[in-house]
Design a protein around this ligand. Structure first.
Ligand SMILES: NC(=O)c1ccc[n+]([C@@H]2O[C@H](COP(=O)([O-])OP(=O)(O)OC[C@H]3O[C@@H](n4cnc5c(N)ncnc54)[C@H](OP(=O)(O)O)[C@@H]3O)[C@@H](O)[C@H]2O)c1
Length: 317
């Protein structure tokens, strides 16, 4: 049934924080983003060849998709790829909540197809996975993946899709130096063995691993990410200092090294860019070489920080 394979980039662009932009938004990041700033970031990304944009209907409850759709109007639709998600947790009763939610995403994004459509979380895999099949057949969705699923849920979704001639083409989970549950649970190995791209989200832990934020310069007051991370920043200093020192030796910065670490582990990081200069970091990350000693030292410092960054929406893997 499948016509072409999913083309996996070295890095994808995340836009959860874009749901904060403008007058509304959910204030999760406390970011102050402008249309002009995001257009500049997008122009830089496209010039550098980063063209896979990840969003979700629930990011700012449609706001991230709408802002992204507006920004991407300046490019030909064939020049970028859109990744967005069906969320079982907000599904209402209708004949087909998945098709309905896809329709909303298409309208928000101003397009008639999604390159990569995800089930955002594993609430009732046997119930929701089959709904992807008619969407794939119709061409409104080109490829499908599952997010926040554990190994047995990934296998079950793959089996359900397999019976119709399709498959799980990508997995998207939280994976960072501070949060390696997908590796520990064997999901990275499974994906590698099956040839399934693993997309790592929150490799920068929403800014906490960039070295920009510290107890003296915390994440924006009143934001959800501040509540989660501000109390950990002191414990993260040894790790972010090490990221910075490895970066210094290669003309790069701490967040570039955190991103390069995820690439070195065989994943495709989805990085939440909010400023044009973040795109320069992605280009640098792609050319950083990390030795096995670097990786071991970073992981040891991450373990020593002894923090738990599991998102409230995530399950144990
Ligand atoms: N499937 C899921 O359940 C799920 C869950 C979470 C995320 N995601 C996806 O993964 C993406 C990434 O996660 P995220 O956005 O939550 O967090 P993230 O990528 O870990 O961190 C993003 C934050 O880091 C800062 N930043 C980004 N690039 C930087 C750079 N080069 N240098 C310095 N700072 C940089 C920005 O903060 P400032 O604005 O403060 O500078 C930005 O808001 C999301 O946007 C979303 O697409 C998926």
């Amino acid at each position: 049934m499948r016509t072409d394979n999913l083309k996996t980039p070295t890095v994808a662009l995340g836009t959860w924080a874009w749901g904060d932009s403008g007058e509304t938004g959910n204030g999760y990041f406390g970011s102050h983003l402008t249309q002009a700033g995001l257009e500049e970031a997008a122009d830089k990304a496209h010039a550098a060849g980063f063209t896979l944009w990840d969003t979700a209907l629930v990011y700012g409850m449609g706001r991230s998709e709408t802002v992204l759709g507006e920004v991407l109007k300046r490019y030909a639709r064939s020049g970028y790829q859109l990744s967005t998600k069906f969320n079982p947790r907000i599904a209402r009763t209708s004949d087909d909540p998945v098709a309905d939610m896809l329709q909303q995403s298409l309208a928000n994004l101003g397009t008639d197809y999604i390159d990569l459509y995800w089930i955002h979380n594993p609430a009732d895999v046997p119930r929701w996975t089959p709904h992807l099949i008619p969407l794939l057949k119709s061409g409104k969705v080109k490829h499908v993946g599952v997010s926040n699923h554990n190994l047995s849920e990934i296998k079950l979704a793959d089996q359900i899709l397999g019976e119709a001639g399709f498959r799980v083409e990508a997995v998207q989970n939280h994976y960072s130096l501070l949060y390696r549950s997908s590796e520990q649970a064997g999901i990275l190995d499974y994906c590698r063995n099956q040839g399934i791209p693993f997309f790592a989200y929150m490799v920068l832990e929403q800014g906490a691993l960039t070295g920009r934020y510290s107890p003296e310069n915390p994440l924006p007051e009143g934001s959800s990410r501040a509540e989660i991370y501000n109390g950990m920043l002191a414990q993260l200093k040894a790790l972010t200092d090490k990221l910075a020192s490895i970066g210094l030796s290669q003309g790069a910065a701490a967040p570039d090294v955190a991103t390069a670490w995820a690439m070195a582990k065989g994943t495709t990081p989805i990085v939440g860019v909010t400023k044009p200069h973040h795109v320069d970091g992605l280009a640098r990350a792609s050319s950083i070489t990390l030795t096995s000693d670097d990786i071991a030292e970073l992981e040891a410092l991450a373990d020593a920080a002894n923090v738990n960054t599991r998102g409230f929406w995530e399950q144990e893997m």
